[in-house]
Design a protein around this ligand. Structure first.
Ligand code: ADP
Length: 596
């Protein structure tokens, strides 16, 4: 995504517009608590500002003990109630913080799972996801962090309005002193924010690599490879390297901010000197009484603190919203592929590749070059060829994981880009070579969240050759796979995992089944069983079957031989073995030797 510099107030506005309506809809109670806290906060300093001059007045004049006691009680009780209520309100509001975080984390996970597949290999999109994750949690404090800034701004504005009124009535020159020093402080704070934001941007990539390494090191599924290939030292070295990078960046940030932190104290001393000087002279020259002098001292402090605090809170709000905006940007990350809204008709489907070429993003090699193939409903196509010939890419394009660079893919004569994406995806049940099973139950791995009877799982298990395995499991279909979360979980073998993945594809009941090297991890007997049952397994569905083992081709209607991204040969098994010096005939002869 191109990085166009956006105006920070515009960013703040967009971020608030994104989060506040959602947060209000989720938990209105949070906002009522916030309003109560804002009001109490705003009132707090005025209790002593208004009452203290009255006590001094009494001390200098009538000295009525009852009146003085009453004033003291008002101050103590007023401030005491607010002091007690504020932490109680804070605790209640913090409880909502957790709920907001959970909600937005879930929404982000959902978005990650819906992200166009192509973007999962895109560095910019991955960085954006990392910025969104850290920006929304650590850096901005999430919705609670942002709303706290808003509530603080409002209570400071109310305090300012009260202070302005009192100062305007008694000591207008105080404005000049306070505003000058506040302006200087704003510039100082601006600089500090810039340094922090820059450091956050610098750390985004390092944080991403760091959490990747943390995850890889701790996930026991990698334990074998790490041990057997002695990868431990390399992993530890890498963690250390990125840890050092983080530490260096933090040190750079601390050094850069130090002078500006110190300047803050200098500004504060200058303001005190100027205020005392001005008010002192005014009293000496008879322009102000002692009670008003004390009131102006404290209201001057409140005016200064509130101006400063308002500026800080606005800057904090701008900073926090700019972090949280990374989340908004990620949630609205532009699509990588075109999507239409045409409904997929409920009819037998014809799929046609029309002169399709493809180059992976950020590479310059044509992986597919002018591929044209037509598949009628129910037809079984075997796709064969050497490693890297483009077979998997061919099915990835069909499944819309990428869009062709040239040419078009048609479903029932219409470009697949024109169809509603979700509906189109429902047409396919692929089993890719690098399929993944979840650390959930066997049933959830096959049926996901669809309703499904255990008998259906048993039927599918039988058809893919998992009947014995299933009956050996104490909890049957409810057995948890892997031991990440259940010490009684089972670790299926590679072949068993592949069979479960095939069962999942068959459960989906899509009209097109795609098996990419489905037998690679199966033993020869299981492989033979899958071949033998292939027709009954996929029924009358269209099937694309990628395999190195050419014996599979005998079970298919057509064979496409891929070579260097092109369809080098196309026909039935019997036709292709007859082509003298043909690629297929050679490959088949070479393999037949071993099978015989
Ligand atoms: P096959 O399935 O026939 O073994 P593939 O379709 O997987 O071949 O790969 C074809 C070529 O595309 C290979 O050279 C491979 O390295 C390259 N390739 C595959 N996936 C990607 C990717 N995500 N990015 C860049 N190149 C890729």
């Amino acid at each position: 995504m191109s990085e166009k510099k956006e105006n920070s107030l515009g960013v703040a506005k967009k971020t608030l517009k994104y989060f506040l309506p959602i947060a209000w809809k989720l938990h209105k109670g949070y906002f009522f608590l916030g309003i109560a806290k804002t009001a109490l906060n705003a009132v707090y300093p005025f209790i002593s500002i208004l009452i203290l001059p009255l006590i001094i007045q009494e001390l200098l004049g009538e000295r009525d003990l009852f009146k003085m006691l009453l004033y003291v009680v008002i101050i103590v009780a007023g401030q005491g109630i607010i002091n007690l209520a504020t932490p109680l309100l804070n605790i209640q509001m913090e409880k909502y913080d957790e709920r907001f975080q959970n909600y937005f984390t879930c929404e982000m996970s959902r978005r990650i799972m819906e992200l166009d597949f192509q973007l999962t290999e895109n560095k910019d999109a991955l960085d954006q996801a990392e910025k969104a994750r850290t920006g929304m949690s650590w850096y901005s404090g999430g919705v609670h962090g942002i709303c706290t800034d808003v509530f603080n701004c409002v209570s400071e504005i109310i305090r300012l309005a009260g202070s302005v009124l009192l100062i305007a009535l008694n000591a207008p020159f105080l404005f000049v002193i306070t505003l000058t020093l506040t302006a200087l402080n704003v510039l100082r704070q601006n600089k500090l924010n810039k340094i922090e934001l820059e450091s956050y941007q610098n750390l985004s990539k390092t944080n991403r690599i760091f959490s990747y390494l943390g995850w890889e090191l701790h996930n026991f599924r990698y334990a074998k490879d790490i041990r057997l290939y002695g990868a431990k030292d390399m992993m530890v070295e890498k963690v250390k390297y990125y840890n050092d990078k983080q530490t260096d960046e933090w040190a750079r940030k601390a050094n850069a901010t130090l002078p500006f932190e110190m300047l803050g104290n200098v500004f504060s001393a200058a303001r005190d000197i100027a205020t005392y000087f001005y008010l002192g002279i005014t009293v000496i020259t008879g322009g102000m009484t002692i009670p008003i002098f004390t009131q102006m001292l404290s209201v001057g402090g409140t005016f200064h603190n509130s101006t400063q605090s308002l500026m800080d809170n606005i800057q904090q709000l701008v900073k926090n919203t700019s972090y949280a905006y990374e989340y908004v940007k990620f949630m609205n990350y532009p699509a990588a592929i075109e999507k239409g809204d045409l409904h997929v008709k409920n009819q037998p489907h014809t799929i046609e590749f029309k002169n399709v070429s493809f180059t992976y993003p950020n590479t310059d090699v044509k992986v597919l070059d002018g591929v044209s193939i037509t598949l009628e409903q129910g037809e079984h196509l075997s796709v064969v060829g050497l490693n890297g010939a483009g077979k998997t890419t061919f099915v990835k394009l069909l499944c819309r994981l990428y869009d062709p660079t040239d040419g078009e893919i048609l479903l029932d004569g219409i470009n697949i880009k024109k169809y509603d994406y979700e509906e189109y995806m429902q047409l396919f049940s692929p089993v890719f070579q690098d399929f993944k099973l979840f650390s959930f139950t066997l049933k959830e791995n096959i049926a996901l969240d669809s309703d499904c009877e255990n008998s259906e799982i048993e039927r599918l298990a039988e058809s893919v050759g998992l009947k014995d395995k299933l009956s050996s499991l104490e909890k049957g279909a409810e057995t948890v796979l892997f031991r990440d979360f259940d010490e009684n979980g089972v670790e299926p073998s590679g072949g068993e995992q592949q069979k479960i993945a095939i069962a999942r594809a068959l459960f989906k009941k899509s009209p097109v089944v795609i098996l990419d090297e489905p037998t690679a991890a199966l033993d020869p007997i299981a492989e033979y069983d899958i071949y033998r049952q292939f027709d009954s397994l996929v029924g009358g569905k269209t099937a694309i079957y990628i395999s190195h083992r050419l014996s599979s081709c005998k079970f298919c209607d057509k064979v496409a031989v891929f070579n260097d991204g092109r369809v080098a040969e196309y026909g039935t098994h019997d036709q292709l073995v007859e082509i003298k010096d043909g690629l297929y005939a050679k490959m088949f002869a070479a393999q037949a030797k071993y099978y015989n």
